[in-house]
Ligand binder design. Structure first.
Ligand SMILES: Nc1ncnc2c1ncn2[C@@H]1O[C@H](COP(=O)(O)OP(=O)(O)OP(=O)(O)O)[C@@H](O)[C@H]1O
Ligand SMILES: [Mg+2]
Length: 288
């Protein structure tokens, strides 16, 4: 595999330094969010990627569904304020979060997953969110700190796309136990994943592992596994960064449809992200 060139490395570092500089002008040191009185969250797991549109929300949703199926108490914080997609996947279009004691109540999915997202508090879901950094952070802080989460084993955070300013600040402010990195087969060739790996390293957040989305599909005639982007580079890439190779996810039109129709939870096949779930649960055993 091609090495990251010194020039790329330099550019990535410059991006982070710039974003960090901006962060420190807004506040003195990163302010880590605290859970509201009466709530307890055992583990916070972020789902990130080097760029947008690779399946972060799908993987966040799948992890939530499977951890819930494994008997855990699960919640999702949709930190993608400008492009939220979690409520729709879970059939919550039109649902609105209520408030108790001046704190927001997450909305419950059919299967009992708690969700908080900007789409559950906006008056009209189609309103564009045109806020700048500090306002976005204010909303995220409120979602984490001023929300009646109750007793949660796993809070999954669907992170904003890419490795820009907002993603970086979220990284600094959410008390993350680890991140799952999602990539497309093309990212693995173009080293886009290095941005996500480096961001986690610079923020001292452990990487749970790497998921390759849209990696293969079953042949409609014979069912054999077809790899439209060529042989997977998941293992090779994970080894290169010294992180764990997790699931290779198929392109599945049924799942794409369920994201639009809001029955993702019912349609998701058993074990869709089995290796990521096992890895997350293994971390829990180690930390207990
Ligand atoms: N394995 C898959 N099979 C079929 N469709 C998929 C798969 N993964 C993602 N999709 C579809 O691709 C689109 C993008 O996925 P998703 O919204 O999860 O990406 P994202 O990384 O969260 O994007 P963004 O950066 O915009 O938040 C969605 O319509 C989703 O349903
Ligand atoms: Mg998304």
């Amino acid at each position: 595999m091609a090495e990251i060139s010194d020039k790329d490395r330099e550019e990535i570092r410059r991006e982070f330094d710039q974003a960090r500089g901006k962060g420190s002008q807004q506040q003195e040191g990163p302010q880590v969010f605290q859970t509201a009185p009466g709530s307890s969250i055992k583990h916070v797991i972020g789902v990130v990627s080097g760029k947008g549109g690779v399946g972060k929300s799908l993987v966040t949703g799948a992890l939530a569904v499977e951890l819930k199926r494994a008997g855990k108490k699960v919640a999702i914080l949709d930190a993608d304020i400008t492009g939220p997609s979690i409520p729709k996947m879970f059939g919550m279009s039109g649902a609105r979060a209520t408030a108790t004691d001046e704190r927001l109540n997450p909305v419950l999915s059919v299967g009992g997953i708690e969700v908080m997202s900007i789409n559950l508090v906006l008056e009209h879901e189609t309103d564009p969110v045109l806020w700048r950094g500090p306002m976005l952070m204010g909303v995220l802080r409120q979602f984490f700190e001023e929300c009646n989460w109750g007793d949660i084993d796993y809070l999954l955070v669907d992170m904003p796309p890419g490795t820009g300013d907002v993603a970086l600040t979220v990284f600094q402010s959410m008390p993350l136990d680890g991140v799952v990195i999602v990539s497309s087969p093309q990212d693995l060739v173009q080293m886009v994943v290095s941005k996500a790996v480096n961001m986690a390293a610079m923020m001292n957040v452990p990487v749970v592992g790497l998921v390759e989305n849209m990696s293969w599909l079953p042949c409609p005639h014979c069912g054999e596994r077809v790899e439209p982007f060529g042989p997977s580079r998941l293992k090779e890439t994970a080894d290169y960064y010294g992180i764990v190779a997790l699931d290779q996810l198929p392109i599945d039109p049924q799942i794409a449809k369920s994201c639009d129709e809001g029955n993702f939870e019912e349609v998701l096949p058993e074990g869709f992200v089995a290796q990521a779930v096992d890895q997350i649960l293994a971390h829990e055993e180690l930390s207990e």
